[in-house]
Ligand binder design. Structure first.
Ligand code: HEM
Length: 535
């Protein structure tokens, strides 16, 4: 059956024909096989919510925590906010970024690269790269004259006195606006732009299993995933598969191999099981392990286990099941969630350092940013083993100091674009998503109204407030991400308070909206109590 990907409703054959004849069938509809309440979690995410079968699939809408804020230049043109007090355009994204964050490498004294490796992996579970492909591949010309005629172009201008680019001839950084239901022809251009989720919006290890069914990932025997072996080391095969192996490679390789490890163990004790039975069970255990690592290890470290227990995200006692499922909560990602996750770019070290098994740094490293296009180097010369050591030995970049790795600020896409400032894009994109000002999110998170710049002194230092004041005419103008960048980190954790608040909302939303959530006893293929408590 065909469903509208935006509205989620089942379509009549006349409606399907109308989509087909205007060429939007693939973009604007989801095809859903009839749901069986007892079947396991589908790879394409459909039928998670039995009343709303498409929700949980790709090409479905984000939801907004707060209503959109755009300036309507005409019926169909939605521009970014302008200053609430002067009516002028806000300072350019690169100008703001270079004022608020500076280039440099400072190491953290507690967190290791495992944190950034796993975080980026779980980020790509719920987002994907279409918006980046748009300016790298489809519209590489936004800084050229032809870009002026393309309404999708939104390049970032570099100030003439830029600390880096005054020494280059680069005055413009290529970028495009987010792809939306409107740009895909699914909704009228007169409606408020809304981005499309291009991944399944639940934590289901989709970087490993795909966002749609891809039988080519499987061996078709013993429930295993295909692998290629190079010098005795197993890797996911990258040729012939629609597998986006990039900066998220550690997570993909880890969970890919873990799937096959689990499958082998299952086959040992269940010699009569079919390939399908073993595959589905191994996938189920792998996803549960991933969710456990994401919630109880990664997020517990970053956000503070006690904080998350108090907010109901983590169970205090995992010795029994819990059932947070609520079918009225729809499987969806908030538009704000991946936007504030980008704050973690502040924590990313640009050098991937190689260590031996004794912990000695081998004086060799690889630029992380080059992994956006090609990860072949990890397959050679035993590099994977050195990087695996680095995963738990190399410190991340320090946060809370406004210092960001120079590669992320100037070479974000490796060789794919001559210069790319990931954090400038982060800020610029947050304007094109139409987020209301930062102080509205402060009110949403704390329940208290912000009435001046000085009110922010309880969550950020004075130098940070001064930096914001130097670029924003009034406190109502501050962009969401600019405010989050400047906040001090919370007690018992490593993240700023507004990051905590928005990420916590999403973590709660996912456990409530996911019928297949692993902590539930009452779901298809639920774990037995014995297996569950062994986690
Ligand atoms: C060196 C490592 C990294 C590189 C090279 C990198 C690169 C990028 C690039 C090029 C973008 C797209 C920017 C744009 O909008 O034009 C992006 C977005 C993003 N990155 Fe990273 N990143 C890295 C590390 C991380 C880490 C550690 C996280 C942790 C959560 C992360 C989370 C995200 C998220 C959530 C987005 C937004 C995705 C979306 O909204 O579709 N990244 N990154």
């Amino acid at each position: 059956d065909y469903y509208s990907s935006y509205y989620g409703a089942k379509l009549t054959s006349a409606q399907v024909d109308a989509y087909r004849s205007n060429g939007t069938l693939a973009n604007c509809t989801n095809v859903v096989e009839p749901c069986n309440p007892n079947e396991p979690r589908r790879i394409n995410g459909t039928c998670n919510n039995l009343n709303n079968p498409t929700r949980g699939a790709t090409r479905t809408p984000y939801y907004r925590l707060l209503d959109a804020s755009f300036v309507k230049a005409s019926d169909s043109v939605f521009n970014p906010r302008v200053s609430a007090c002067t009516g002028a355009s806000l300072a350019g994204a690169r100008d703001l970024r270079r004022t608020l964050l500076v280039d440099g490498r400072v190491e953290d004294d507690k967190l290791t690269h495992a944190v950034t490796h796993m975080s980026v992996f779980f980020a790509t579970d719920i987002t994907n790269t279409q918006d980046t492909t748009n300016y790298v591949v489809w519209r590489p010309y936004c800084c050229k004259p032809e870009g002026a005629n393309d309404p999708q172009c939104a390049p970032n201008l570099v100030p003439a006195d830029d600390y880096v680019h005054r020494f280059t001839n680069i005055g413009c950084l290529n970028m495009t606006k987010p792809l939306t239901f409107q740009t895909s022809g699914c909704l009228a251009q007169t409606t408020t732009p809304l981005r499309i989720v291009d991944a399944t919006p639940l934590f289901d290890l989709s970087p490993v299993y795909g966002n749609v069914d891809e039988p080519a990932r499987r061996t078709k025997s013993g429930g295993e995933l295909r692998i290629e072996t190079i010098d005795g080391i197993m890797f996911p095969p990258t040729s012939g598969l629609n597998l986006l192996l990039g900066v998220n490679f550690i997570g993909i390789i880890f969970f890919w191999r873990f799937h096959n490890h689990i499958a082998k163990k299952i086959a040992e004790v269940n010699p009569c099981w079919t390939d399908e039975q073993i595959f589905q069970t191994a996938r189920e255990i792998n996803i549960a392990s991933g969710s456990q690592i994401l919630y109880y290890e990664l997020m517990a470290t970053l956000m503070g286990a006690d904080n998350l227990i108090a907010d109901g995200v983590l169970a205090e006692d995992q010795s029994t099941f819990r059932d947070p499922y609520d079918p009225t909560v729809i499987p969806q990602i908030s538009l704000e969630y991946p936007a504030v996750l980008r704050w973690m770019h502040l924590m990313q070290d640009g050098a991937l350092k190689f260590y031996d098994s004794k912990g000695t740094y081998l004086n060799n490293s690889f630029p992380m940013v080059n992994l956006t296009s090609n990860i072949n180097f990890i397959k050679r010369n035993g590099n994977m083993a050195y990087i695996t050591q680095g995963c738990f030995r190399q410190p991340t970049g320090k946060v809370n100091d406004a210092v960001v790795d120079p590669d992320l600020l100037n070479l974000g896409l490796g060789g794919l674009q001559r210069s790319n400032d990931i954090l400038t894009n982060d800020l610029a994109k947050n304007r094109y998503f139409g987020f209301p000002p930062y102080v509205k999110y402060r009110e949403f998170c704390s329940g208290e109204k912000v009435t001046s710049f000085e009110d922010l002194s309880s969550i950020m230092p004075y130098w940070a407030i001064d930096a914001l004041k130097s670029k924003y005419s009034c406190f109502e103008d501050i962009d969401l991400l600019a405010g989050v960048w400047m906040e001090s980190i919370i007690d018992n954790g490593y993240v700023p308070p507004t990051f905590y608040c928005i990420v916590k909302e999403q973590l709660l939303h996912n456990i409530k909206s996911d019928r297949h959530w692993y902590e539930r006893a009452d779901r298809p293929n639920a774990f037995s109590e014995g297996i569950y408590t062994k986690n």
